[in-house]
Design a protein around this ligand. Structure first.
Ligand code: SF4
Length: 389
């Protein structure tokens, strides 16, 4: 493989783009959630669906290319996309196919919450070409689910998973949440072991973050004694990584684990800075080196207003993103490509700092590749900040 080809993603864009579609509705708001989502009536969902389809028809208003953009992955996220009424996704995908050239082997994911799918909806998703489901399960313990404010029980999660299998889905992710208030490794171990027993192709395990403005923030921000300690958090993470590896799930990003060949192609594209177009309320895009965000104001969006931020990234922004996103993955940062793109001085500066973190056991280096150890992933944010300072 030639050097330039090897570093293609660092050097040029434009082969294909990813498509993200945002559905901002949820049955009710979970106690920890600060995502752009809200409960709303079905007529508002219909209105939003129409606005979304208009938006896709104009390719977000920013792709003024004659030919249809080639699209390898579509991700419908939320919110709870599985709340949308029956029939909506058939209309949506007719429109997507009219305006984008979807590869025959495109990965098409929909996020679903247990308790909001049924046989008819799952059959519709399959007819649309959706071939991957991501279930927001979070826990297999009913007390924990109720603490989180989730709308479903453990049994509903298992039933939804089985219904998806019966409908023919062969690529399923389960999202889990670690380090809940008052919980320790043993509690998460039970959830993880029940999840592994279902044999999904992919598992995402995130640590709970107490976000400002949420009911959890009001409850726990001033009461750290109610949350797991730093040591317990680290222990849970390290144990989870080990248990998942033993069960055949390879860690390929801080919080993501997959069977061979089942890594989420869409998310990998984000981490390698492929171009993506985000459609829908609050969605972000990376087009060339432009970062754009759609308005977060629902009424504005319905009225056809779109982007409320549009910035061309500076060289420094691109360097920061490259280092930060590469190091989230277990492939890590390719120093040879970094040098090709940003110059030898930049490489030397970052490499010196990597050597310091390697001595501390937080990073490792193999040839031109630098990456985090499991312990390093736990403190990745300050380490990355240190690298790009
Ligand atoms: S289902 Fe997901 S997006 Fe909706 S409120 Fe809960 S955590 Fe937030």
């Amino acid at each position: 493989m030639g050097k330039r080809r090897h570093c293609r993603r660092f050097l040029q864009k434009g082969d294909f783009m990813e498509l993200y579609i945002h559905i901002p509705f949820c049955a009710r708001k979970c106690a920890y959630c600060d995502f752009l989502s809200f409960a709303d009536r079905e007529d508002r969902q219909q209105e939003y669906g129409r606005a979304l389809i208009r938006d896709i028809s104009s390719r977000g208003g920013i792709l003024f290319r004659e030919e249809k953009p080639r699209t390898e992955t579509v991700f419908i996220g939320g919110g709870t996309p599985s709340l949308m009424p029956q029939g909506f996704y058939e209309r949506l995908f007719d429109c997507v196919r009219e305006n984008f050239s979807l590869s025959p082997d495109a990965e098409i994911t929909i996020e679903c919450n247990p308790g909001t799918v049924n046989r008819e909806k799952l059959a519709e998703y399959r007819r649309c070409g959706i071939n991957r489901i991501s279930f927001g399960v979070q826990s297999m313990n009913d007390c924990e689910l109720s603490l989180l404010g989730r709308i479903h029980t453990r049994d509903e999660a298992v039933q939804s998973f089985r219904a998806a299998r019966e409908a023919g889905f062969e690529n399923i992710n389960i999202d889990l949440m670690m380090n809940l208030p008052g919980r320790q490794w043993n509690d998460f171990e039970r959830t993880l072991s029940e999840t592994i027993a279902l044999a999904p192709e992919h598992i995402s395990a995130y640590s709970l973050i107490i976000e400002p403005g949420t009911p959890f923030f009001a409850k726990y921000d001033g009461n750290p004694e109610l949350l797991p300690t730093e040591d317990e958090t680290c222990q849970t993470y390290e144990n989870a990584v080990r248990m998942l590896a033993d069960a055949g799930y390879r860690q390929y990003e801080i919080s993501n684990f997959a069977r061979d060949g089942r890594e989420c192609r869409h998310n990998k594209g984000y981490w390698t800075r492929e171009e993506y177009l985000g459609i829908g309320l609050g969605a972000a895009s990376l087009i060339g080196e432009r970062r754009l965000s759609v308005t977060r104001d629902f009424e504005d969006y319905l009225r056809g207003l779109r982007y409320d931020s549009d910035a061309t990234l500076t060289e420094n922004d691109i360097l920061e993103e490259t280092v930060m996103l590469s190091l989230r993955t277990s492939d890590g940062l390719d120093l040879h490509c970094l040098e090709e793109r940003f110059g030898i001085e930049c490489r030397s500066r970052i490499e010196e700092k990597i050597a310091d973190y390697t001595r501390l056991g937080l990073m490792e280096k193999q040839g031109d590749r630098a990456f985090f150890t499991v312990r390093g992933f736990l403190v990745s944010n300050p380490v990355i900040a240190g690298l790009i300072m």
